[in-house]
Design a protein around this ligand. Structure first.
Ligand SMILES: [Mg+2]
Ligand SMILES: [Zn+2]
Length: 187
């Protein structure tokens, strides 16, 4: 079983853009490709896990999410880096699109996306890490025995200033590159 680095997408791997709905608004952090490559080379499965309530809200087309992930994969590949799999939650309890309007087990802080990835990719969750800019990323990791890293990019500084008692990060670092370095130190 492999260890995984689960990476949140918006605010962690790419800039937080509100509801990302067009490729022109998809902006990588300058270190994102390098950080993913570092994790690849250390033997981690790298898995993107992202809440996309914009789908249920009718703001983001589901086909666009696939397009965005293809674009991310291509940008990474051009830099010799790779995401092993992308998982997203399209649901929202108050969504406007009926097929996505529900309380699910995959919207972070619920750990459904991590469990699905673990089953698909044979991952050892207890030896894995979750990196994100929100407390709910940390909580999803802790729910499956993984460690949680909060980054200060995206909405991270806000969540650092307003800690969530149920989701205390194992470490808080400036960005995804620092998160990758910390993960390698633990491994
Ligand atoms: Mg985020
Ligand atoms: Zn869901």
């Amino acid at each position: 079983m492999r260890r995984a680095a689960f990476l949140d997408r918006d605010g962690t791997l790419v800039e937080e853009a509100g509801y990302l709905d067009r490729l022109e608004r998809l902006v990588f952090f300058p270190y994102s490709v390098d950080a993913v490559r570092v994790l690849n080379r250390a033997g981690f499965a790298v898995v993107v896990i992202t809440n996309q309530a914009g789908i249920a809200r009718g703001i983001v087309r589901e086909a666009f999410v696939a397009e965005a992930h293809r674009h991310i994969a291509e940008t990474l590949a051009a830099g010799g880096a790779r995401v092993d799999a992308f998982y997203y939650c399209p649901h929202y309890p108050d969504g406007v699109l009926e097929q996505y309007r529900r309380t699910c087990d995959c919207r972070k802080p619920e750990p459904g996306l991590l469990r699905r990835a673990a089953a698909d990719l044979d991952l050892d969750l207890a030896r894995s890490f979750v990196v994100g800019d929100r407390w709910h990323d940390v909580a999803a990791g802790h729910a499956v025995g993984a460690r949680g890293v909060l980054v200060r990019t995206g909405l991270g500084r806000k969540d650092e200033a307003n800690p969530h008692p149920g989701a205390v990060p194992d470490v808080i670092v400036d960005n995804l590159m620092d998160a990758a370095a910390w993960i390698l130190q633990q491994a």
